[in-house]
Design a protein around this ligand. Structure first.
Ligand SMILES: C[S@@+](CC[C@H](N)C(=O)[O-])C[C@H]1O[C@@H](n2cnc3c(N)ncnc32)[C@H](O)[C@@H]1O
Length: 389
């Protein structure tokens, strides 16, 4: 949607475009002091996928470009044309990065042309982190000489088919990383089925439903061997949406009703328990929201229950060194410590540290505070043990 009304905020991509134009204009005046890693000419080298972008999308970009010209009269900013801006909007779509804080909460979008040369993998060996506006690419596994450095462009908590679809739609390529490789179709389907975690509907069985053959209309229970219509399973999945929407509505700004939001998500949790494995990816939103709600209601005991449940899903759907898993262990430790479980908190903090030292680095503020929390919990656990012995 275009935003041209007075008093309204700019959309993030319009703001980013304006900043890029200002940068280009200033670069001409201050050529000597330009940081070569931020130079506008690097932006021009980024792929646009202009040819593959839909006509509808291109029209929208052209309208946004025109809006910028009218509103900000960018004639003053240099001699840039609608076509150039439209190409830049295409570049944003497949090259811009979401800037986050240390706890991976999104803060905005930015363009980092040097980092944009890094290709995607669904099993990346690096992650992208920010300290303020500064971006860091950090290795999360050993990278031997000659190995390609990769990042993930999509949420790794999504199933294989969704990841493939999103990569094709936004970045215009078919991912052939080890998790998506077409030659291992059966492995790909199994990975997908485990992440989905559908339970066999036969009472007392509750085995895992798997896709027996690609494009098959049936799913097969790995335990009892009975078949189930795939469409029935997918219909049930759609039934979650009404509870999710209901819960989110009660969390929306200005209409927040924590009690009713909690009820809606608890209902969703109940329905999902009868249809999905504990570690199904569809439960992430449910547990994350219940954790948030319980923390806001200062119901620390329930918050800890949902934090543990969320960790089970994170362990299944994310890579072992994924920062979200480390952060979840950290939250778990804080809750345990708050509830007087110093021993448990020590274990959770140690698990958090083993991941966050890799993802964020030993010297990051986050890891420094975690180390202090761990020391505190360890000492408390030690004294409690001595007191009761
Ligand atoms: C941010 S750029 C990455 C750098 C780009 N390869 C280049 O040479 O400038 C994103 C684009 O790179 C390509 N790309 C990234 N990862 C890829 C992959 N795993 N397989 C194929 N193409 C990929 C896609 O065209 C995507 O839209």
């Amino acid at each position: 949607m275009l935003m041209a009304e007075k008093g309204r905020e700019l959309t993030p991509s319009l703001r980013l475009m304006l900043r890029l134009l200002i940068r280009k204009c200033l670069e001409k005046e201050m050529a000597d002091s330009v940081n070569p890693f931020d130079a506008y000419e690097l932006v021009e080298l980024l792929p646009t996928h202009f040819e593959e972008t839909s006509e509808q999308q291109l029209i929208l970009y052209a309208q946004m470009a025109n809006l910028l010209r009218i509103t900000y009269n960018y004639g003053e900013l240099g001699n840039v044309d609608i076509k150039e801006i439209t190409h830049n909007f295409c570049r944003f779509a497949c090259n811009a990065h979401t800037i986050t804080d240390a706890e991976l909460r999104p803060l905005g979008i930015g363009l980092y042309p040097v980092i944009s040369i890094i290709n995607h993998s669904c099993q990346p060996n690096c992650i992208l982190l920010f300290e303020g506006k500064k971006a860091y690419v950090r290795a999360i596994q050993e990278i031997s000489e000659g190995m390609e450095v990769t990042l993930s462009y999509v949420d790794l908590g999504d199933n294989t088919l969704t990841r493939l679809q999103n990569l094709k739609l936004q970045y215009f390529f078919n991912c052939v990383c080890p998790r998506c490789l077409p030659k291992a179709t059966s492995d790909k389907m199994l990975d997908n089925d485990h992440m989905e975690g559908f339970l066999c509907p036969i009472p007392k069985c509750k085995g895992l439903l798997i896709t027996n053959q690609e494009y098959s209309e049936k799913m097969l229970c790995k335990t009892c061997g009975k078949e189930t219509d795939k469409s029935k399973v997918l219909d049930k999945l759609k039934s979650f949406d009404c509870y999710l929407d209901d819960g989110l509505r009660h969390l929306s700004i200005g209409k927040t009703d924590l009690g009713r939001a909690k009820q809606a998500f608890e209902k969703l949790d109940q329905v999902q328990t009868s249809l999905l494995q504990k570690s199904s990816l569809h439960r992430i939103k449910t547990y994350d929201n219940l954790l948030k709600i319980c923390m806001a209601m200062e119901d620390w005991v329930s918050a800890l229950v949902y934090c543990h449940k969320a960790i089970k899903v994170y362990e299944r759907v994310y890579l072992p060194n994924h920062p979200l898993l480390g952060l979840q262990h950290y939250t778990c430790g804080k809750l345990e410590w708050f509830l007087g479980k110093a021993d448990d908190a020590t274990k959770s903090y140690r698990q958090a540290l083993s991941i966050l030292e890799i993802t964020h680095g030993s010297h990051s503020e986050l890891v420094q505070s975690l180390k202090v929390a761990l020391q505190e919990a360890e000492m408390e656990a030690l004294y409690i043990r001595r007191l009761v012995e």
